[in-house]
Design a protein around this ligand. Structure first.
Ligand SMILES: [Zn+2]
Ligand SMILES: [Zn+2]
Length: 281
């Protein structure tokens, strides 16, 4: 299985526009991997992209991705869907249309039915964006909780009362990887997550001292919504997972690429993502 983290940034990617904090200044100067696009994952075996933050074109180019056959969405928060126009960049052929040709290779849009329903609410003057892309022949829409491809399978496990957030369980032969980028606290107690080879997870605050010396107190409301590192260690033990990669790294955490390299030395089997990070299993 070949995975590539093509966007490791959070709701606010790095460098944040107009920001003069040291992390953003360094990222502006040095580029990737100090810079981070919004959170997304590419599964190279089957040309599958998970999530489309607004800078997804930039992320795809940076990671030298040369084909996308399917797009899966984890949920419909803006930081995961606002790059949906990538569908036009991938398949729109105005010159072909002008001489009567139609697109023969639609991108498969796959997600939980609840998420597809929410995506249909994204509208412009032409109505639902997804319906417009379907009308143009750019997409084929599939609402499902299970995907079987030639080289791997993916289960989409719903999280939360609305069942409108997905955790992905990607399997190939005897390897199992879990991708849980956002909005996954509390982490569901489901045996499918046990004994995975790797968990890639977002939704985590890194450290007690954040951007520009902000001290995170235990009662800060962010700690209700997001995991803290002790909870990630506990989750690793509870699910018996040897390796965790933390992604969706917010600019607010105030840490640079080098800071994360140093920090991961203090943990056992816990690493921090960067744009272009390749995972082969
Ligand atoms: Zn900044
Ligand atoms: Zn998010």
């Amino acid at each position: 299985m070949k995975l590539k983290i093509i966007g490791s940034g959070g709701c606010v990617s790095i460098p944040r526009p107009c920001c003069s904090c040291k992390v953003c200044v360094e990222a502006r100067k040095k580029g990737f991997p100090y810079a981070r696009c919004g959170c997304s994952l590419y599964i190279e075996d089957e040309n599958i992209l998970i999530d489309t933050p607004e800078d997804i074109n930039y992320a795809l180019n940076n990671a030298s991705v040369n084909n996308v056959d399917s797009i899966l969405w984890s949920h419909t928060d803006p930081d995961h869907i606002m790059g949906i126009r990538v569908l036009e960049q991938l398949r729109m052929d105005w010159l072909g249309y002008s001489v009567g040709k139609s697109n023969e290779n639609p991108v498969e849009i796959i997600s939980l039915p609840e998420i597809i329903e929410e995506l249909h609410e994204l509208k412009t003057d032409k109505g639902s964006m997804l319906d417009y892309y379907k009308y143009r022949g750019l997409v084929q829409i599939i609402g499902t909780g299970y995907i079987e491809k030639e080289k791997l399978t993916i289960n989409l496990i719903p999280v939360g009362a609305g069942k409108n957030v997905a955790i992905f369980v990607i399997r190939q032969n005897d390897k199992k990887v879990i991708y849980a980028p956002c909005d996954v606290k509390p982490f569901p107690d489901n045996p499918i997550f046990k004994n995975a080879d790797l968990l890639i997870i977002g939704n985590t605050i890194i450290g007690d001292v954040l951007k520009e010396g902000f001290v995170l107190k235990a009662d800060n409301p962010l700690t209700k919504e997001l995991f803290v590192m002790d909870e990630i260690i506990e989750l690793k033990e509870r699910c018996n997972i040897p390796k965790i990669i933390i992604t969706h790294l917010e600019e607010d955490w105030g840490k640079s690429y080098d800071d994360y390299r140093e920090l991961e030395k203090t943990f056992n089997g816990i690493y921090f993502a960067y744009d272009g990070m390749e995972i082969c299993m």
